[in-house]
Design a protein around this ligand. Structure first.
Ligand SMILES: [Zn+2]
Ligand SMILES: [Zn+2]
Length: 311
C-alpha cells in the first residue's frame, strides 16, 4: 500500500511538473530576478532610468501595440515589409512570445472573450488573467490546427515561420539586445567617465534598467490589458464580454486601456472614441501614415459609417 501511495504521489508530482510551462516560467522568472539588481547602487544611473522609461514606450508602443496587436493581429493598417519586420523584432526584444503565438492567442481571446477557451479571462482569477495563464502548458494552443485557424496569414511570412522552427531564437534575440545595451553603456561610460571602470558601471546600469527593468514594465503593462481592463473601468458599449475602458491602463499602455472601445470595434486602428480617450499608439500610426510608411489605416466604425453614408 505504502509503495502504491508513494508511486501515486510521484505520478501526481510528475504530472504537476508536466503542467508547468517551464519554457515561459524560467525566462520570465529570471528576468524579474535580474531586474531586482536595479536596487543595487552599483547598477544605478539616471541615464539607465531614462532609457527604461523611454524603452517602455518604444518597445511597448511600437513593438507590442502597433506591430503585434494592431498590425499583425487585427490588420488595421499596412506598412512596408522591412518596417513590419523591424517592429516585430522590437516586440521580440520584449520577450512576449513569437508573432504567430501572440497573434493566435489574441485572436482566440477576441473570438471567445471571457468564455472557454479564452486563454486569459479574469473570470478564472485576476492572477490567472494577468500572468498565470502563461505558465500552464496548453498543447491545444500549440497544435498545427490552432495555428492554421488563428495565425495562417502570419506563418506565410518566412521570418515569422523561421521563428516557430527555432524555438530558442527569441531568447537569443533578447540576449543580443541586452548585450547591445551593455556595449553601448560601456562605450558611453568610457567616453564620459574617462576610464573603463566608469564604462563598466554604466554598462551594468543600462543592461539592468534599459533591458531587464524595461522588459518587466512592458510585460506588466501588456498583461494589465488582459487582466485589469476586463475587471475595472466603464463600459461605453454593451459588448458580450466584460471589457472595460480603464484610463490608468490606457495611460500606461499608450491607448490600449480603452479596451471596451477595442472590443466594440476590433478592426479599427484607433481606440479613441471620445476626444479625451487619448490613444497615443494611434497618433504614432498617423505619423507613419503622414510619412508614407502606413497605408490602409482602418478608421473607427462611426467614421467608416459616416463615410459610407456621405458617399
Ligand atoms: Zn479583451
Ligand atoms: Zn485586440
Amino acid at each position: 500500500m505504502a509503495t502504491s501511495a508513494g508511486s501515486q504521489q510521484a505520478t501526481s508530482h510528475g504530472s504537476l511538473i508536466n503542467l508547468v510551462h517551464w519554457e515561459y516560467l524560467l525566462p520570465i522568472g529570471a528576468v524579474h530576478l535580474l531586474a531586482c539588481l536595479a536596487f543595487l547602487p552599483a547598477c544605478f544611473s539616471w541615464s539607465g532610468v531614462a532609457l527604461a522609461l523611454l524603452g517602455t514606450t518604444v518597445f511597448g508602443t511600437l513593438g507590442i501595440n502597433l506591430c503585434y496587436h494592431r498590425l499583425l493581429a487585427h490588420r488595421s493598417l499596412k506598412v512596408p515589409r522591412w518596417l513590419e519586420h523591424c517592429l516585430a523584432t522590437l516586440a521580440l526584444c520584449s520577450l512576449e512570445d513569437t508573432p504567430a503565438r501572440w497573434v493566435a492567442n489574441h485572436r482566440l481571446h477576441h473570438r471567445h472573450s471571457d468564455e472557454p477557451p479564452d486563454p486569459h479571462s479574469p473570470r478564472d482569477g485576476i492572477i490567472w488573467s494577468h500572468m498565470g495563464w502563461l505558465f500552464r502548458r496548453a498543447p491545444q494552443r500549440r497544435s498545427g490546427s490552432f495555428f492554421e485557424l488563428y495565425a495562417r496569414d502570419i506563418l506565410v511570412d518566412d521570418y515569422y515561420r523561421s521563428l516557430e522552427r527555432h524555438p530558442t531564437a527569441i531568447l537569443w534575440i533578447y540576449l543580443a539586445h541586452a548585450i547591445l545595451f551593455g556595449l553601448a553603456g560601456l562605450l558611453v561610460g568610457r567616453w564620459a567617465g574617462g576610464n573603463w571602470q566608469a564604462g563598466l558601471q554604466l554598462a551594468a546600469s543600462w543592461v539592468v534598467w534599459a533591458a531587464f527593468v524595461r522588459t518587466v514594465l512592458v510585460w506588466h503593462i501588456t498583461w494589465s490589458v488582459n487582466s485589469l481592463t476586463h475587471l475595472f473601468g466603464y463600459r461605453t458599449y454593451a459588448t458580450d464580454e466584460d471589457s472595460r475602458n480603464n484610463w490608468l491602463v490606457a495611460l500606461l499602455a499608450m491607448g490600449e486601456g480603452w479596451h471596451n472601445n477595442h472590443h466594440h470595434d476590433p478592426a479599427s486602428a484607433s481606440v479613441q472614441h471620445k476626444w479625451w480617450e487619448f490613444d497615443a499608439t494611434y497618433y504614432v500610426i498617423l505619423v507613419l501614415e503622414r510619412l508614407g510608411l502606413a497605408t490602409d489605416v482602418i478608421q473607427p466604425r462611426h467614421v467608416r459609417k459616416a463615410a459610407t453614408t456621405t458617399s
